[in-house]
Design a protein around this ligand. Structure first.
Ligand code: PEP
Ligand code: MG
Length: 551
């Protein structure tokens, strides 16, 4: 049986399935026994909320002392603990108890109400609804005196199959025994995916049919192929072992600059989300930073950070890359990254609404403050700072931003290519921008008109589509004609085979999540420029694209 999903990373694993215990039953909606006093029930809930809060915060502390991957989970666990301590949540649960609900039912309904609010907000907030649900389940388990649904214990290495993993689960995962993770739900931005990437765990998420896998069944999990093979043949196992061996070999080139077999340089850069991400970037041999997503300073705050706060964070990143290129992206608020103080509520189509440069233009002070902070960070460090704005549609917007950036004192100012219109105007854009960086995640979503956050259209989310590749070629050709660098910083750059195609199309650098660097570097080294160009020709003709909708 072959099961498809969304692969995270490139790894391959072989091993027996261990399924995660299923969720708690929904508490029955029955009238509370008259003998149960409302105040006593409220006290029970308070004590369970406290217990869960303390447990999560103890786990956060333990995670903070763990390996790098565990450390990333610490703030998430701490935030979950805060959710359990939210007084408005306790108020609404208390109201439900006073109306006659049992404690466990009131907790269930109280959390469900908050989950619905988050889901309605969409995007990033909607994904946090799952976290809140997990906290609610823990509270109910505590009230009932049963163990919370969680990770299975096993004394042998296993492939974990679950609906989705909560942040608490991912933090507690015993890596020495976990060969791979398969989830039936959760998209490429779920916690399972984020932490699998950070810890380099083989994972395939959103594999709905993995429900059919049973305990003990042998499976091959191939993240590169986004595939799970149940009860594989000997030949399939041999093939998977060969893939594992070649992945182990990929590390050998670490530390060498990215290049094709004939020496054509393709610098390999890292995508980072906060200054501390410089650690994995350098560890995996990044030659600089190709995309710093500056949203982290803004998300979770009620107002924008000050110029000083921003300058400090940018300088912290830049100082880790002396003499190297660091591309910082201006705040990309809106759509899948809504910010309450900048993004309008109730946009019917947020992806087509106020985001990226459109948001910044509508909040000029935020735009100017960020530029000022970048100029200051550049002044006190000696990396090569490149700055770009997201969601630029054409040469007019590109020129607006480039001129503004330079008027403030930035030296190298460019444009992200995420909206297909920019590919059609690429020659004009190349006349005004210092560089273009192609965000294939959004370029794919907008070229194929398929919301990147929606599971129902996730099969459109592939830059192997020849229409996406042809848009990239229009931009690369314009770059070549005007001697303008054209990089790719979307997920496509992290797919080794696609990276070869992009190099063949004429892209001049590739930026990706640090753990993908080894595999991409090793794959590029297998092709001459001529061979990469031949592969690109075939890809542009659609030869490697398989339409999942018609399969
Ligand atoms: C992209 O769209 O490809 C990109 C790199 O930006 P983000 O994923 O942050 O929208
Ligand atoms: Mg984008």
């Amino acid at each position: 049986m072959d099961i498809t999903g969304v692969g995270i990373g490139r790894g391959t694993a072989i091993g027996p399935v261990v399924r995660m215990a299923s969720a708690l039953q929904e508490p029955a909606d029955v009238e509370r026994d008259g003998k149960l006093d409302a105040q006593a029930e409220i006290e029970r809930v308070k004590s369970s909320l406290d217990a869960v809060k303390s447990d999560l915060s103890a786990r956060a502390k333990a995670a903070a002392q763990g390996d790098k991957g565990a450390q990333q989970a610490a703030p998430i666990l701490e935030a979950l603990g805060q959710m359990a301590g939210d007084p408005t949540l306790l108020d609404s649960i208390s109201d439900l108890i006073k109306q006659g609900k049992t404690a466990d039912r009131a907790v269930f309904e109280g959390f469900a109400g908050f989950e619905q609010t988050l889901t309605a907000l969409g995007g990033y907030m909607a994904e946090r609804a799952g976290d809140l649900h997990d906290v609610g389940q823990r509270v109910i388990a505590d009230l009932l005196g049963v163990s919370a649904p969680g990770l299975p214990q096993s004394d042998h290495p296993f492939v974990l199959v679950a609906e989705d993993l909560s942040p608490a689960d991912t933090a507690a995962l015993d890596l020495s025994n976990t060969l791979a993770i398969v989830t039936t739900q959760g998209g490429p931005t779920s916690h399972t995916a984020i932490l699998a990437r950070a810890r380099g765990i083989v994972a395939v998420v959103s594999a709905a049919k993995a429900d059919e896998l049973s305990d003990g069944m042998t499976v091959i999990v191939s993240a590169a192929k986004s595939l799970i093979i149940a009860n594989p043949s000997d030949e399939e196992i041999q093939e998977a072992r060969a893939a594992q061996a070649s992945a182990a070999h990929a590390k050998d080139l670490r530390g060498k600059p990215g290049a094709l077999k004939d020496g054509t340089a393709i610098p390999l850069l890292a995508n980072v989300g906060k200054p501390e991400d410089a650690d994995p970037a350098l560890e995996y041999g990044a030659e600089g930073v190709g995309l710093f997503r500056s949203e982290f300073l803004f998300i979770g705050n009620a107002e924008p950070p000050t110029v000083e706060e921003q300058a400090k964070a940018y300088a912290a990143l830049l100082s880790r890359f002396p003499g190297k290129k660091v591309v910082i992206r201006m705040l990309d608020a809106g759509a899948d990254k809504p910010l309450p103080f900048l993004t309008p509520e109730n946009e019917p189509n947020p992806a087509l609404g106020l985001r990226g440069l459109r948001t910044l233009k509508a909040h000029k002070q935020v735009l100017e403050d960020q530029l000022e902070a970048l100029v200051e960070a550049d002044r006190v460090t000696n990396a090569h700072l490149w700055v770009m704005a997201p969601m630029i549609a054409d040469q007019y917007e590109s020129e607006y931003f480039v001129k503004l950036g330079k008027s403030k004192g930035l030296k190298f100012v460019g444009t992200m290519a995420e909206v297909p219109s920019i590919a059609l105007m690429a020659n004009e854009v190349a006349e005004v921008a210092d560089f273009v960086s192609i965000g294939t995640n959004d370029l794919t979503q907008y070229t194929l008109a398929a919301d990147r956050t929606l599971g129902s259209v996730s099969n459109y989310q592939t830059a192997w589509h020849p229409a996406v590749l042809r848009n990239i070629k229009l931009i690369a050709d314009a770059g070549k004609a005007h001697n303008m660098p054209v990089g790719v910083c979307g997920e496509a750059a992290a797919d080794p085979e696609l990276a070869v195609v992009l190099a063949g199309i004429g892209v001049t650098s590739l930026s990706m999540t640090p753990v993908a660097l080894d595999d991409v570097r090793a794959e590029l080294a297998k092709y001459t420029l001529q061979e990469a160009q031949e592969k690109a020709r075939r890809a542009l003709a659609g030869e490697f694209y398989h339409c999942a909708m018609l399969a």
